[in-house]
Design a protein around this ligand. Sequence first.
Ligand code: PAF
Length: 281
Amino acid sequence: MKLARTIAELNLILDPFRAKKANVGFVPTMGALHAGHISLIKLAKAENEMVVCSIFVNPTQFNDPKDLERYPRPIEDDKHMLEAAGCDVLFMPAVKEMYPDGDYSTLKDDFGTLDKVMEGISRPGHFAGMITIVNKLFMAVMPQNAYFGQKDFQQLSIVKNFIEKHTIPIRIIACPIVREADGLAMSSRNRLLNPDERKRAVIISQTLFKVKEMWSKTPVAEIKKFVEDVFTKEGYLKLIYFEIADTQTLQPIAGNAKQAVACIAVFDGKIRLIDNVLLTA
Ligand code: PAF
């Protein structure tokens, strides 16, 4: 696996492949890799001649400075995992490479209703920072295909919307959530949980799976009450939001809909975890 720390180094590696019209598959990450990321790398590997993974902890998408500070950065482990998965190029730029001259300005794109709900309310500025870096990374890598996990369902919707709206010729591939044996959605943040918090975290996916069971026969208001009660009773985990949303518009839905997703965000101690489950096929 080759390592590029600057866009110039990345171009030196990729230009010969671009000249041959080889397909480049791209997996953007913030590192602290887990089996979920590796599933994206493997799919990218199967579908492209060249796979680029970026590791960049993007400061502009963190609305809480403490969250940015504590974000895990186990870079040597990450490199080993990428090598083992067959990644061809690791792009690991410094902050000043992606935000030259200390210019942290973010794109002011209009995502309609997509960023006005859930994470958009709970983490002001997060999506502006996220789309800014995704756009910069897309410009640097210029992939044909880019792979995103469905755990960040709202992020995925916003990236797709951005690509369509600006007619950017990159195919966005949505990849299923990878879960631990007990159901917890894999996340870089899971490694920040202490053993007690890790045990409690299973309640998040268990609750979503129960919601999926209830969905076809229970009114939305009743489902929401059920979820609130689970977390009130549990006491330690703090529910940030639970929403049943239309998968296309991300607007909350009140009744049965053709395409619905249940999304949740929870504080487990100081660690913020999100998860979702599709309620319809
Ligand atoms: O999902 C992530 O890890 C990040 O939001 C991304 C897409 C790499 C942008 O920083």
